[in-house]
Design a protein around this ligand. Sequence first.
Ligand code: ASP
Ligand code: MG
Length: 462
Amino acid sequence: MKFGGTSVGDGKRMKHVAELSKKYRDDGNEIVLVTSAFSGVTDALLKNAKEASETGKTPVIKEFIADLTKQHHQAAHDAINENGIVEKVTRELDARIEELEKALIGICYIGELTQRSIDYISSYGERLAAPILCGSLNSIGVSSHSFTGGEAGIITNDDYGNAKPLEITYSLVKERIEPLLNEGIPVVCGFIGENEAGIITTLGRGGSDFTASIIGAALKADEIWLWKEVDGILTTDPHIVPEARSIPVISYIEAMELSYFGAKVLHPKAIEPAIRHGIPVRVKNTFHPDVPGTLVVKDEKKSRDIVKAVTVITKVALINISGAGMVGTIGVAARVFTTLANAGVNIVMISQGSSEANISLVVDEAHLDKAVKAIKAEFKNGIIKEVTHDRNISVVAVVGAGMANTPGVAGRVFGALGKAGVNVIMISQGSSQHNISFAVSEDGAKKAVQVLHKEFGLEREK
Ligand code: ASP
Ligand code: MG
């Protein structure tokens, strides 16, 4: 079970997490807890490290350290019932915070911040949270020890800021953590690991889900539970459709299609170890523990729901590249994509009709200017006659594995949009048939989502 930053937002919430975990253990489950930093702490650590390197102001660091100490002391008091344990945990926190302070002051003097130092500094969020959670469990009678990622056996490559676990991780975690399961609930820091030299690395922002997935895979868990502040993966954005529901069961593939489209609940990278080892992942709400949440499983339930969710992605722009010279000319697409890659442009969606006379792309809006500039420069006096763009668009995606080999889904999608008077600007469906994406004008996006959510009955209880 992994609890996210909001779930462990302060001491009271931490206590709730400890009690909740105890309840599941008392029900006969073996549990490992993975904790995030308190919400906002990772951001604050990163911000202060950056400021330290840029301004070299040690008083600012002192102030930050005082705030951080106060916040974590308070949390320890609120999360832990027993004075003796509060004192022990507080001493542990103080020792860690002292190391952190030294590191930040070092950065002030050196005036330099490497990715390796960033990982070291940002690891403190989780390293301060874990002892408190562990103390909270101890104070309600559950035996528990806390581990950093490295101590638990998560050994990574040297890619600081985005480290990947080495294969040895899976046997090490099993060796170190499994024997503890019958005596209590081990607590592991999310987000961090260490490389083979024993230097702290981080797994990327939001990396606690990744940690949980690695540990669950190593222990061949029955399920990996990711506790967040939402009732699971939703059929759509509830700001757009208030009747949006949480999806009871979804396949890995569908979940991945959704996360690409900004559902932001699950990152594909984070569940990769779970997918590879075939372990189901459940997304649950810490604040509504009785709601079953969403179970993400390997096999696709084709027959049941054709469409599982409708999502929208904003802050994108469309580029259209055209010219009669493109027809039948080999290598135009290759040049377009290479040029955009070299310019550091992220491409969200692609479409080319069989006339080959134009290629349409959707890119992140922030990348639009450099994208257009790069393409114009590459094809200065050549086969591309026109490069136009449109900022005023959104992409809507209809997702569901059941769409594969089911005739008539596209018909229903575009029929419903037509009836509602929504104009479709560009369309793309990969041959996996799990996702139909289309671009509409920004003002049409909301209506498109509402119409399709209704068309496929997603508001109905399953
Ligand atoms: N604390 C880390 C972050 O904020 C990891 C996590 O919360 O999952 O990115
Ligand atoms: Mg976080």
